[in-house]
Design a protein around this ligand. Structure first.
Ligand SMILES: NC(=O)c1ccc[n+]([C@@H]2O[C@H](COP(=O)([O-])OP(=O)(O)OC[C@H]3O[C@@H](n4cnc5c(N)ncnc54)[C@H](O)[C@@H]3O)[C@@H](O)[C@H]2O)c1
Length: 258
């Protein structure tokens, strides 16, 4: 894809086998320099090591998206290590049993408020911090691109996952707002909305029966792979996507088509 070579991409939420890691690898294969960030320093370092082993340029840092100073430090780290930020991929989410697990087994009448707050803090407020700190750096460099991660599932009403859906739909509004703020100054902001993507974690935990059920619901031959999302993000960051701004791109095999 055009215009990715030599760019500096910050991936906020990358651990081996997940969507962030796959995107980091894809952008590296296009010549970008990668800042791998995750709540787990060990996970971020493992992804950066994989990239370096493949001949790419990558550094790792820990970040907690729910903590403003931590997000500011992630952007500072990118500036110190590579001289700036051209791309930000906001992709983290708290998918731990204590957060998405409880969100997935409760409705709004019973959901613990702490789960609601944690979900909003990481997925919505955290993405806002990333934009707030990275966008001015992109302005200084004459432009850049941001991609936020939505979820195709939340367009379909569910009687569970109230916090996740509210945070992710908030991400759509944030994306359009950021596109308005940045567009005239060369910073685009879009979102990707994945359908079910078989990350290494899901391959381990989602029973074959559930996978078949989900696959039967989409007009495609298979469920998603992390590489499907990585390709969409690389496109949105690239010059090939330079007239796309403020959009949410469903990458879901047609699951949400209507
Ligand atoms: N996999 C799917 O089927 C699917 C479907 C729709 C949307 N999504 C979205 O795609 C994104 C990536 O999903 P994934 O399946 O790769 O998930 P994942 O859990 O493998 O990756 C999320 C990463 O975020 C990190 N993280 C959690 N809390 C954090 C925090 N406070 N600060 C920084 N990092 C934190 C985790 O350590 C993890 O590495 C998420 O936003 C998810 O909601 C995934």
């Amino acid at each position: 894809m055009r215009g990715l070579d030599g760019k500096i991409s910050v991936i906020a939420g990358a651990a081996p086998g997940n969507i962030g890691a796959s995107t980091a690898h894809r952008l590296s294969s296009e010549g970008a320099h990668i800042v791998v960030a995750d709540l787990s320093q060990t996970a971020a370092e493992a992804v950066a090591e994989e990239i370096r082993a493949n001949g790419g340029k990558a550094v790792a840092t820990s970040v907690d998206l729910s903590v403003e100073e931590s997000v500011r430090d992630m952007v500072e780290f990118a500036k110190e290590e590579f001289g700036g930020v051209d791309h930000l991929f906001n992709v983290a989410a708290d998918l731990s049993p204590g957060t998405i697990g409880l969100d997935s087994t409760n409705d709004i009448l019973s959901l613990p408020v702490e789960v609601w707050k944690r979900t909003i803090d990481v997925t919505l407020t955290g993405y806002m911090y990333g934009i707030r700190y990275a966008m001015p750096v992109m302005f200084e460099r004459g432009g850049g691109a941001i991609v936020n991660t939505m979820s195709a599932a939340v367009w379909k009403a569910e009687a569970i996952r109230a916090a996740y859906a509210s945070a992710k739909l908030g991400v759509e509004a944030l994306t359009r707002h950021a596109a308005k703020v940045g567009g005239r100054r060369g910073v685009r902001c879009n979102a990707v909305a994945p359908g079910t993507v078989l990350t290494e974690a899901l391959l381990r935990t989602l029973p074959e029966e559930n996978r078949m059920e989900q696959a039967a619901q989409i007009p495609s031959t298979r469920l998603g792979k992390p590489e499907d999302i990585a390709a969409a993000v690389a496109f949105l960051f690239s010059e090939d996507g330079e007239w796309i701004n403020g959009q949410t791109l469903a990458v879901d095999g047609g699951f949400t088509m209507h």
